[in-house]
Design a protein. Structure first.
Length: 194
């Protein structure tokens, strides 16, 4: 899906939310795009090649989205849930760690660097925006993609940050790894948000 069209739909959903409206989580993949968060510095884009760059309103620095990466956008009324932003970040990171553990992969977080890491390499990034007490944007999890575009940037603003993906970390992945991961992550996020 096109990044800007999805971003616009998230903003419209959040702006029009009613107090009792159900939370939503959108799972998708994007066409190749670099996104710069509100604190994003253009110098962290080393050479964009022919990949478009979008300045967005999420938190964080620069990241890459492309086919083979699972993106989950969480439209959560954190005010109604009496949930702080740190709680939501922890919930997302711990959900990804639980998902990776289901594949026998030991993952962790790093202080001061949101996201999830395996042996120091980033496998999942996250960036959120809170408006009207509700979140939008969310997480991206590298499943089975071309990782080369991450070398065109300083991922999340960290020069030399290694990046990995699930397919490279498991033996005998299923034919439709993306669908399986999506199903598992949807179950984990739903359970943690209920």
């Amino acid at each position: 899906m096109d990044y800007e069209a999805t971003w616009s739909a998230m903003k419209k959903f959040t702006q029009a939310r009613e107090a009792d409206q159900q939370d939503e989580c959108w799972f998708l993949q994007h066409e190749p795009v670099f996104t710069l968060g509100q604190a994003g510095k253009p110098e962290h884009i080393l050479n964009p090649h022919d990949i478009p760059i979008v300045n967005t309103d999420r938190g964080g620095q620069v990241t890459y989205h492309g086919p083979g990466q699972l993106v989950a956008y969480l439209m959560v009324d954190i005010k109604r849930r009496k949930m702080g932003i740190r709680h939501l970040v922890d919930l997302i990171e711990n959900s990804i760690i639980e998902l990776l553990d289901s594949y026998g992969i030991l993952a962790n977080t790093q202080k001061g660097a949101p996201g999830v890491y395996v042996d120091g390499d980033k496998i999942a990034a996250l960036g959120l925006r809170i408006k009207k007490g509700s979140s939008y944007h969310g997480l991206s999890l590298n499943i089975d993609m071309d990782l080369a575009p991450f070398s065109y940037i300083n991922p999340c603003g960290y020069p030399g940050q290694g990046v990995t993906q699930l397919r490279d970390l498991i033996k005998n992945p299923p034919d439709d790894l993306m669908a399986e991961v999506r199903s598992r992550l949807e179950t984990i996020l739903s359970r943690r948000l209920l």
